[in-house]
Design a protein around this ligand. Structure first.
Ligand code: ADP
Ligand code: MG
Length: 242
């Protein structure tokens, strides 16, 4: 069974028909990178996967459960999905450790000791063991983004969504975040990543999905989609970003 199965997904904002019939699956342990021009619907697609946006038509099936079904227990389904945004969205008034424990406590009802232990392990995973008592404003953008990743991992997600996680970072900080993501991929985490980092997609993705105008134009192994694209639209896009 696929971890995520998306069937004929349509999403409009008013008269703006943004997603125009998206079909694809993400298998357990797979890393899928979504690329495409600005405005093509990449963020909307990601937000539909955990129902931050409600599609008008189609299905999102997570581990066999249709989360677009009104009878689905959405909170339980969402708990399986971690999301990391371009803007890190940390709580500014909480320490790094507390940022990584608050949802464990309130959503998963973990005790403080368990939550702390899990948060510390994940902060170590992202290389921030020495920052647990710092506050977000004392950290670089790259460090804040790694805290956001540790926070998401502390919820034990089955799937991680990343929406341009390095786009807001100074160039010299991008590498640290990509290194953490590369490590996660090697650890077997299932990941759906919207990115403009073509070198990362080429190296880490099992599959690359090229979107344009709310449809998937082409998808396949990175060596095909990035290395020798079949579609003219993909070639045009890649000429602009490579
Ligand atoms: P991408 O991430 O590929 O740049 P988006 O999914 O952000 O594309 O946006 C696709 C289209 O949907 C754009 O035309 C954008 O203006 C529109 N859009 C996205 N979110 C909203 C929203 N919450 N309300 C209205 N329009 C939106
Ligand atoms: Mg976007």
């Amino acid at each position: 069974m696929a971890l995520v199965e998306i069937k004929n997904l349509h999403k409009s904002f008013g008269s703006n028909h943004v997603l125009r019939g998206i079909d694809f699956t993400v298998e357990q342990g797979e890393v899928v990178c979504v690329i495409g021009p600005s405005g093509s619907g990449k963020s909307t697609l990601l937000r539909c996967v955990n129902l931050l946006e409600k599609p008008q038509e189609g299905q999102v099936i997570v581990r066999g459960e249709d989360i677009t079904d009104p009878d689905c227990h959405l909170d339980a389904a969402r708990q399986q999905i971690g999301m990391v945004f371009q803007q890190f969205n940390l709580f500014p008034h909480l320490s790094v450790l507390a940022n990584c424990t608050v949802a464990q406590r309130t959503v998963l009802k973990r005790g403080q000791q368990d939550a702390d232990r899990i948060a510390r392990a994940n902060l170590e995973r992202v290389g921030l063991s020495d920052k647990i008592d710092a506050y977000p404003a004392q950290l670089s953008g790259g460090q804040q983004q790694r805290v956001a990743i540790a926070r998401a991992l502390s919820m034990d997600p089955a799937l991680m969504l990343f929406d341009e996680p390095t786009s807001a970072l100074d160039p010299e900080l991008v590498g640290d975040v990509l290194t953490v993501m590369r490590k996660l991929a090697l650890d077997g985490m299932t990941m759906l990543v919207v990115t403009h980092e073509m070198a990362f997609a080429r190296e880490v993705a099992d599959r690359v999905v090229f979107m344009d105008g709310g449809v998937i134009v082409e998808q396949g192994p990175p060596a095909d989609v990035i290395g020798s694209p079949k579609e003219e639209r993909t070639r045009t896009f890649l000429r602009r970003v490579l």
